[in-house]
Design a protein around this ligand. Structure first.
Ligand SMILES: [Zn+2]
Length: 110
């Protein structure tokens, strides 16, 4: 199970508002859950993101509380699914996608 550049996560853990991934090349990525939810690759979320923002939209009750992940099961050999506290679980994050998100946070690498 590797991303295209040959790296694998050697450990993944939840630290408060972040998913912390240790990659096999020695980098440590801290991805906020918000970032992950905003990057949810499922069709429903992509559609939602493509819509123009409605300034008069009323927030749903579950949008008023910060979303939290409740589980992150492995899907097949190359992906993880994030199950959110609002019940949303359609997003499958491939290792490649997680790697790309990790690269985007390079400035925040610890
Ligand atoms: Zn989604």
């Amino acid at each position: 199970m590797t991303a295209a550049d040959g790296t694998v996560p050697t450990s993944m853990r939840r630290e408060g508002d972040y998913l912390v991934i240790d990659w096999s090349d020695g980098t440590i990525a801290r991805l906020s859950w918000k970032m992950l939810r905003d990057a949810c690759p499922c069709a429903g979320c992509r559609e939602e993101r493509d819509k123009p923002a409605d300034p008069f939209r009323i927030l749903k009750p579950q949008e008023l509380v910060p979303l939290a992940p409740v589980a992150m099961p492995k899907v097949g050999r190359y992906a993880y699914k994030i199950v959110w506290s609002d019940g949303h679980d359609a997003g499958i994050f491939t290792l490649e996608h997680l790697r790309e998100l990790s690269r985007r946070t390079t400035g925040e690498l610890s």
